[in-house]
Design a protein around this ligand. Structure first.
Ligand code: PMP
Length: 394
């Protein structure tokens, strides 16, 4: 018997079977625990045991910034998923993709390394379209530099720029929060894009084509769910940009944990087994079911609506498949429900993330769908209850 104190916060009783109907639904943070059951099924193949004497030195001491086996597996997993071109591309690893986002801004802001006109000395404008993942702004501001400046909404800049302004654009595809496969708005000799593709895996989106952008960022966090391992990678076309990003990981961190690399390597070995079918099928089925359940719950509501995501052909599953996004981007439709986060919190005990955190209106709220099954079940239960109250109204 499990003691009550170890139960999920929504369950009680001596064996954790009693559903505590007044508990809160946490739909805020994006810990991808939806993949935990997959790893429980693969506990022994994914386990690592490291002897105390193993790989004690700094990564740079023998120029092994990245484990060759890890790099081989990263390229292999992209080949299998068909989500990115890696042939003839450079790979840099970072402590999570977070580490590489700023590395990319820095590398691209040096005018000599990019296609930027090198005579220009004003800081490059870092832009993104709304709604966007808040960390881009927080990080770019935090690591403030004379070489770049966060300018926010790219569409505003687009109207005033004559094409001479240096622009670095964050493009998130699929987007956090709304799952859209965004494309760069800025093109031309003075623009560079950093494609954040951490959700570009069959779990979350159809894969229409292998991505082939100049700078793309991926992460073990959303591929295998191991956000705590802190390992991400960038796939880079240009050698000089690669060298600068690599230098950034050395200057800021003296390289990336060998232990994290070893764990990632072991996890990727399991992922690529059998052509990746198992994890992607599991990830997709889980996310797809959640999306269908959520869409059904809200389809009878006049008060709340969900983002529209069109079905698309997926080259991995070789069929047209429906949406399975990592997040729901919910809109409160009633005029008076201007603050959708508070509506869900006060009326349903559901804690999401406000639209304004993503640069959007507070009429929107993001709900994480990638958390544990318990978290999702509670969210669905609460939303069903909330929507059923609508019917009761005259
Ligand atoms: N980009 C996006 C769009 C994300 O949602 C996240 C995590 N929430 C990250 C990057 C950071 O991921 P990592 O764990 O690899 O640092």
């Amino acid at each position: 018997k499990q003691p009550a104190c170890e139960c999920n916060s929504c369950y009680g009783g001596s064996d954790c079977s009693q559903f505590l109907t007044d508990c809160e639904s946490n739909a805020d943070g994006g810990d991808p625990y939806f993949l935990e059951p997959f790893w429980m099924q693969h506990a022994s193949e994914s386990a690592i045991l490291v002897a105390g004497w193993h790989r004690m030195g700094y990564t740079f001491s023998d120029y092994a910034y990245i484990s060759q086996e890890l790099e081989r597996l990263i390229r292999k997993v992209h080949d299998i998923a068909g989500n990115a071109v890696t042939q003839g591309r450079y790979i840099v690893i970072g402590a999570g993709s977070t580490h590489l986002l700023n590395a990319a801004v820095k590398a691209l802001s040096f005018s000599s390394t990019s296609s930027f006109n090198s005579s220009s000395s004003s800081p490059a404008s870092v832009v993104v379209s709304i709604p966007f993942y808040a960390l881009y702004e927080a990080q770019t501001e935090y690591f403030r530099s004379v070489d770049y400046k966060f300018e926010g909404d790219g569409s505003l800049l687009q109207n005033i720029t004559d094409g001479t302004k240096r622009v670095i654009e964050f493009v998130t595809a699929p987007n956090n929060p709304d799952g859209k496969l965004n494309k760069a708005n800025f093109q031309g000799p003075n623009s560079e894009a950093i494609y954040d593709r951490v959700y570009y895996w069959p779990h979350f989106t159809p894969i229409p084509t292998p991505a082939n952008d100049n700078v793309m960022v991926f992460s073990i966090s959303k591929l295998t769910g191991h956000a705590g391992t802190r390992l991400g990678w960038a796939v880079i076309k240009d050698e000089e940009v690669y060298q600068r990003m690599l230098q950034h990981t050395l200057t800021s961190n003296l390289g990336i944990s060998r232990d994290a690399q070893l764990r990632a390597l072991k996890l990727l070995k399991v992922v690529v087994e059998g052509g990746g079918k198992e994890i992607f099928q599991f990830g997709y089925t889980t996310m797809r079911n959640r999306w269908e359940n959520l869409s059904n719950a809200l389809s009878v509501s006049n008060r709340f609506s969900l983002q529209k995501v069109e079905p698309q052909y997926c080259t991995f599953f070789q069929k047209i498949r429906g949406p399975s996004p990592a997040f729901a981007w919910v809109k409160c439709e009633r005029e008076e429900d201007k603050d959708c986060y508070t509506v869900l919190k006060e009326e349903a005990n559901v804690y999401g993330r406000s639209g304004s955190v993503f640069g959007a209106e507070d009429r929107y709220v993001r709900l994480a769908l990638i958390r544990s099954q318990d978290d999702f079940d509670i969210l669905l239960y609460r939303l069903n209850q909330l929507v059923s109250k609508e019917d009761a109204q005259p």
